[in-house]
Each structure stands twice: as structure tokens, then as C-alpha cells.
Write a protein that binds this ligand. Structure first.
Ligand code: SAM
Length: 441
């Protein structure tokens, strides 16, 4: 643990600066050649600190009025968060925390680390609830989520449902792998897992998807993963391509394709990447997409850097099936991306919904008559899901909802029970929304 401290401070600081948690940890593990034990400690501490960051920060703010957590040096902020977590959550002795962190601590407003730790030590859990009278504010402390997000949940679901959802965001979801049938067959991957004593469960509803129950070896360290014979993909994400239901010969468009989880799945379902066009607006993400499709043996897919909002102005091509998996608030993924709940601001939602509805309008101009558009997000906010679909249908009466089969989630009453939503506490997967709309002849 002691030798990991500079690495932990570095990782927390990078994430604080807006970088992705998983990518930061993964690249740090490989650059620093961490042992497997250090890797799991790094994952554990980073994720746990991020999950409960509002309370960690509250302890620090309550400990002293002489500095502002937002304004101090980012490394010191990370160090104080780590110290508070070790002290209050891991219940490590104050002398130990001070001793291991002191060498990295620079005075803040002439405060010694030990002084801050002593104040934090004295703050009881009850004090955190001071002046938190309404349910959303109390839940915010208890389930470590911004109050405004809890208010949104409580306005849609009852207290019990909200509580269960919030608890599930504090736990790890099972890992799923999808056999990449362009490079391996199901039996081959099953025998790899059996040879390595990896326990797994089959997911009957989704072909070639396997839930990992326990594995001594981290799954990404298996050679078959590096060879692209299987991919790690959440159950809900793997469901989307089945709802699209691509058929050989159909022209398929993936409007927001990178990093290619769904494009590669569509190609695997078709047995080839031909007839697929994969678009992304971002230069770096196009490179990631191209690399990933190559690794996964997806050939002949057209990869295009373009803005899908205006694509219809640049092409005469019409598509039989379109997948629209636009950027979203990621509010269904707090269990694997806890940093997202602290990054999202209320005003960001308006930006997302404008982009989502512009992209859907563009999709409507690119689809053939009788063709289908599948719209999916990893969000649980109604504005990004039901509202986008219902206002689109209101303005485009030549489109109608069709069942987003196979339905593994809850069918959405707000959309005639035709769209579906998946919830971590009910379906052991990330929160997701999937709707399918058809253009009438
Ligand atoms: C949710 S991710 C897509 C994930 C992908 N479908 C998968 O399953 O791996 C959204 C992607 O949309 C891209 N994007 C954002 N705005 C876009 C636009 N106007 N046109 C095309 N792509 C866009 C982003 O760069 C990002 O890669």
C-alpha cells in the first residue's frame, strides 16, 4: 500500500482533471508494470473513493474553513481524499495515515496534515446530516449521489425503487464477455474458461454472451482477449444489436460508432462487416474504432469521420437499419463509472438532449421506407429517452414505435410498452434504454 501512494495520488488527480477512470488505471498499470496485487488495490481504492466522493469532500470541508477544496493544488486534493477515505472508511489509525501520507503533503494555508486529520477524525457521521432535512438531501449522503439526481429519481420512482437503484450503483456489476464469432467459436472460448477454472454462466437470451462468475486471472489478461476472440461487453449493450436485428444484404448505418462495441457485434451477427457504415465525429475516436475493428476481424466496414447530424446532406444513400447510440449523460453507468455522477451538471442535460434529437432527426432522413432505427442510451433519465422518442414521433407521423425485441428489461409504459429499460438492481447490467422506430411506407 505505502509504495502505491504516489500512483494513487497521480490516478486520482488525472480522473479529477476529467480523464476516464478505467483508461487512466489501465494505462498506469501497464506503464508502471504493477503487480496483480497492486493493480487490484489501485482499482479498489480508486473506485471506492470515487463512489463516495461527496461525503469524503464533505468531511474535508467541515474539517477546516481556512482553505477551499476546489482551489487547492489538485495533488493535495487527491491526497486529502485518500487520507479521509483511509481514516473514516477503512478506519485506519490516524498515526498510520499521517505517517504514510506526510512525505507527500505540502502545507495548505500553513496547516499540517495531522491537524486536518484530527479535525476530520472528530466529525461524526451524524454531523454530516446536519441541516439535511429533506429525503433527497439525506439520500445524497447515505447513497453518495448528487441531490439533484436523487430528486429526479424520486420524481419518477417510489422511495423503495430509488433506494435499490442507488444501492446497486455502489456495487460492482458482473462482467460479461461476448464471443467474437468472427474469430472464435463459442465452444473454443468455453473450453478456455474451463481449462483456467473460470466459473461462468450462460446467458440464454443473448447468444454468445457469457457472465463471468469468478476468475482468478483478470479476464483482460487472457491471451484470447488480446487476440480479439472475445470482447468485454455489458449485457444491455450486447442486447442493442439484437434489437437492431441486422439481416444479410441490408445496408446498415452506425451513426455514433466508436469505440465499436456495437459495430463489431453487428458485423459478428452478419458474419461480415460488408454493408456497414460506421461514423464518428471525433478524430481520435475514429482511430480507436479502426484499431478495434481490425483486432476483431471486422473487414470491409466503411469507417467515416463525419458529423452524423448533417450526414443526410452529404449522401444520397438510404439505409435499411440505423443504430443511433448517441452521447448521453451515462446516468445508468454509475457503478462502473462513478466519476460520471459528479461530473454531470444539470445544464449538461440540455446539451445532450439537443444533440440526441438532432441526431435522431438526421437518422430519419437517412432511413429507407419500412426501415428501422434503433435508439439506445446508457442513461436512465426520461429527457434523454422517452422524451426524445415521443417528441420525435409527434413531429414525424410517418414513423411509429415497433417492439424493441427481445425484451429483457422492463417494457416502458410511457411508450406503449414497446421500448425497454434495463436497471442494474433488476437486470444485473448497466442502466440502458432501447427503442425501435419504423418508417412507414
Ligand atoms: C455512446 S458513444 C458510442 C458507443 C458505441 N456505439 C459503442 O457501442 O461502442 C457516442 C459516440 O458518438 C460520437 N459522436 C458524438 N457526436 C457525434 C456526431 N455529431 N456525429 C457522429 N458521432 C458523434 C462520440 O465521439 C462517441 O464516440
Amino acid at each position: 500500500m505505502e509504495s502505491l501512494i504516489p500512483t494513487l495520488i497521480f490516478v486520482l488527480t488525472e480522473i479529477d482533471a476529467g480523464n476516464s477512470t478505467r483508461i487512466t488505471i489501465r494505462s498506469t498499470v501497464s506503464n508502471k508494470k504493477l503487480t496483480r496485487d497492486d493493480e487490484s488495490t489501485l482499482y479498489y481504492l480508486t473506485f471506492e473513493i470515487l463512489r463516495i466522493m461527496n461525503v469524503v469532500d464533505l468531511y474535508i470541508k467541515m474539517s477546516s474553513s481556512s482553505f477551499s477544496l476546489k482551489k487547492i493544488n489538485p495533488k493535495m486534493r487527491s491526497l486529502l481524499r485518500l487520507a479521509t477515505f483511509l481514516l473514516k472508511v477503512e478506519k485506519k489509525p490516524i498515526e498510520y495515515v499521517n505517517e504514510i501520507l506526510e512525505p507527500y503533503y505540502q502545507q495548505i494555508e500553513s496547516l499540517q496534515l495531522n491537524t486536518i486529520l484530527e479535525s476530520i477524525q472528530a466529525i461524526t457521521e451524524n454531523l454530516l446530516y446536519e441541516n439535511k432535512f429533506d429525503l433527497a438531501s439525506r439520500f445524497s449522503i447515505k447513497y453518495y449521489t448528487p441531490t439533484w439526481i436523487i430528486r429526479k429519481y424520486l420524481s419518477r420512482w417510489n422511495e423503495k425503487f430509488t433506494k435499490e437503484l442507488l444501492v446497486s450503483f455502489l456495487q460492482n456489476l458482473p462482467m460479461y464477455v461476448r464471443v467474437n464469432t468472427l474469430k472464435a467459436d463459442f465452444k473454443q472460448i468455453i473450453s478456455v474458461f474451463e481449462d483456467r477454472n473460470i466459473s461462468y454462466e450462460l446467458i440464454n437470451e443473448i447468444q454468445n454472451l457469457i457472465k463471468i462468475v469468478y476468475s482468478e486471472t483478470p479476464i483482460p489478461r487472457l491471451p484470447e482477449f488480446d487476440e480479439g476472440k472475445f470482447v468485454i461487453q455489458q449485457k444491455a449493450s450486447a442486447l442493442v444489436s439484437h434489437v437492431l436485428d441486422p439481416k444479410p444484404g441490408e445496408k446498415i448505418l452506425d451513426m455514433c460508432a466508436s469505440p465499436g462495441g456495437k459495430t463489431s457485434h453487428i458485423a459478428a451477427l452478419l458474419g461480415s462487416g460488408e454493408n456497414i457504415e460506421a461514423i464518428d465525429i471525433n478524430e481520435d475516436r475514429i482511430k480507436i474504432l479502426a484499431k478495434r475493428l481490425e483486432l476483431l476481424g471486422v473487414k470491409s466496414t466503411k469507417i467515416i469521420k463525419s458529423d452524423s447530424r448533417t450526414l443526410y446532406k452529404k449522401t444520397q444513400t438510404k439505409f435499411d437499419k440505423i443504430l443511433l447510440d448517441p452521447p448521453c449523460s451515462s446516468s445508468g453507468t454509475y457503478s462502473s463509472r462513478p466519476e460520471m455522477k459528479w461530473r454531470l451538471k444539470q445544464r449538461d442535460l440540455r446539451w445532450y438532449t439537443k444533440l440526441q434529437s438532432d441526431l435522431l432527426n438526421s437518422a430519419s432522413k437517412l432511413i429507407e421506407s419500412e426501415g428501422c432505427i434503433v435508439y439506445s442510451t446508457c442513461s436512465l433519465f426520461q429527457e434523454e429517452n422517452h422524451d426524445i422518442i415521443s417528441s420525435f414521433l409527434k413531429e414525424n407521423t410517418n414513423f411509429s414505435l415497433t417492439e424493441a425485441n427481445p425484451i429483457l428489461g422492463l417494457s416502458s409504459e410511457l411508450l406503449d410498452n414497446k421500448a425497454q429499460e434495463l436497471y442494474p438492481h433488476l437486470h444485473e447490467t448497466e442502466g440502458f434504454f432501447i427503442a425501435k422506430i419504423k418508417k412507414e411506407d
